[in-house]
Design a protein around this ligand. Structure first.
Ligand SMILES: C[S@@+](CC[C@H](N)C(=O)[O-])C[C@H]1O[C@@H](n2cnc3c(N)ncnc32)[C@H](O)[C@@H]1O
Length: 456
């Protein structure tokens, strides 16, 4: 609610004027109760007075009486000479009451009166954001900040709206040295002279590596238009606008002829989630092979694999199992335990009870990736209590450059990808020499595991 500018527009009755001005002084001094009393008396005589309704509406809003706030502000806005502030405050009251459509209409009325009212633009953006319309929120906030760069509420709203769109993992990802080095090695080796398509360009980092490595052309697509805008800005900042075309589209919406002049013969992508599949890599690749790439196109990475080992130990059980705490049995809470947990196990002591084995391995030059299920026999190499499968990923960027985030006791560098713990239904005692038989499935988006049996 915007303070100020509540003074009446001029009235002959001196007593009434005094009453209203006194109410305003009370309001400014934070004495809301006497202000309300005076305003009620005043409005009993002048029920449609715009400034008095505006002031009382504002006070009701501050007191959390949103229905009364709305009623008074509606009256203020209906009066001849209603001002943008009144519509702005009505917007806030309606938004507080959950009437987002009404709030937007009120803010739009305010903007029709004062198009450069930065506070109104910022308030309007809050409603757009709550409605799940971040692009509109961002446009309104950018306008607000162009008008008033120091408007702190718009600055905060813009940061919050960006955060809805751009996950914080982008930052450790773009600073993940082993990842970047592995991509860079393969890109410099493979792309010179070729037509590159970078799927999921983010900051544009891999596309810029490709351009610098001497690609004949680089098209970089990014599904999120706000991120794509920033990629374009970054590409320009690095002097590569004439070499890289950033396209704000999901790769499956691209077409040769309109978006790409011809099929690309190298596809670069880093659209791997920690669990490998949930960013939709398999469907994107199938589409790219069918619609966007030459028959002999090279894919970087050429292979992606999910690996695992059987593990247990108190540190892991504490993350996923409810048991005995302080002498109380909390076991029924296990009903709520997640079957998958992303977690970084580097430096976390735990028991490794088997060798490493592959869950699924994908040749990314394949044209189809059907759902799949397989039985895997895992020899137990150490006796202990198994409570999880620890899963991680390996990318073969080309025949020489590899990346893997197997958990290490003392890693040389930080990986941004986490490991994934697949929780076993309950901890199982296993003996060295025994075999755990697992069923591993993937539905193209997720890998899931179940235990078939344990054979001693
Ligand atoms: C994991 S980030 C990687 C960014 C960048 N390639 C890098 O390596 O630093 C993936 C980005 O790709 C976008 N994305 C994921 N799948 C996509 C697809 N099939 N087409 C276009 N963008 C995609 C996401 O919005 C996200 O910004």
């Amino acid at each position: 609610m915007q303070n100020g500018r509540f003074l009446p527009a001029g009235r002959n009755e001196a007593v009434s004027q005094d009453q209203l001005q006194q109410a305003f002084r009370f309001y400014q001094a934070g004495q809301l109760e006497p202000a309300v009393e005076l305003l009620r008396g005043y409005l009993a005589r002048f029920p449609f007075d715009a400034p008095a309704n505006h002031l009382l509406g504002g006070i009701c809003y501050r007191l959390g009486k949103l229905d009364s706030a709305r009623d008074h502000l509606v009256r203020a806005c209906a009066a001849p000479g209603a001002r943008a502030e009144m519509f702005n405050d009505l917007g806030a009251a309606l938004n507080g009451l959950g009437d987002q459509t009404g709030a937007i209409a009120a803010y739009e009325r305010a903007l029709a009166m004062e198009p450069n009212h930065a506070v109104v633009l910022s308030n309007l953006a809050v409603v757009y954001r709550a409605q799940g319309q971040p692009q509109r929120a961002i446009a309104a906030l950018r306008r607000a900040l162009a008008i008033n760069p120091n408007l702190t509420e718009a600055q905060a709203n813009l940061r919050n709206t960006y955060r809805d769109i751009v996950s914080p993992w982008h930052f450790p990802m773009i600073n993940d040295r082993p990842r970047n080095d592995a991509y860079h090695a393969a890109i410099t080796h493979i792309v010179p002279g070729r037509r590159v398509l970078d799927v999921g360009t983010g900051t544009g980092l891999l596309a810029m590596m490709a351009a610098k490595a001497g690609a004949a052309s680089v098209a970089a697509c990014e599904a999120d238009p706000v991120i794509a805008d920033h990629a374009r800005e970054i590409v320009a900042l690095n002097g590569l606008s004439d070499r890289i075309r950033v396209i704000a589209k999901h790769s499956t919406a691209l077409a040769v002829g309109s978006d790409l002049p011809q099929r690309a013969n190298v596809l670069i992508t880093e659209t791997f989630s920690s669990d490998l599949l949930s960013e939709g890599i398999l469907a994107s690749l199938e589409h790219a092979h069918r619609e966007l790439l030459t028959e002999d196109a090279v894919v970087i990475p050429r292979r992606a694999t999910a690996l695992a080992y059987l593990a247990g130990g108190a540190n892991i059980e504490a993350l996923l199992f409810a048991g005995n705490s302080h002498g109380f049995d909390l076991a029924p809470f296990n009903d709520f335990a997640p079957s998958l947990l992303p977690v970084t196990l580097d430096n976390v002591p735990h028991d490794t009870l088997s060798g490493d084995f592959e869950l699924f391995s994908f040749d990314l030059r394949s044209k189809n990736f059907p759902v799949s299920e397989s039985m895997i026999s895992v020899p137990v190499t150490r006796s202990g209590v198994a409570s999880v499968l620890v899963q991680w990923i390996r990318l073969e960027l080309d025949e020489a450059a590899h990346y893997e985030n197997r958990p290490l006791p003392n890693p040389q560098a930080e990986n941004h990808w986490t490991q994934i713990l697949h929780r076993l239904p309950q901890p199982v005692r296993v003996e060295a020499g025994g075999t755990v038989r697992l069923i591993a499935r993937h539905n193209r988006q997720q890998i899931s595991i179940s235990i078939a049996d344990y054979v001693t």
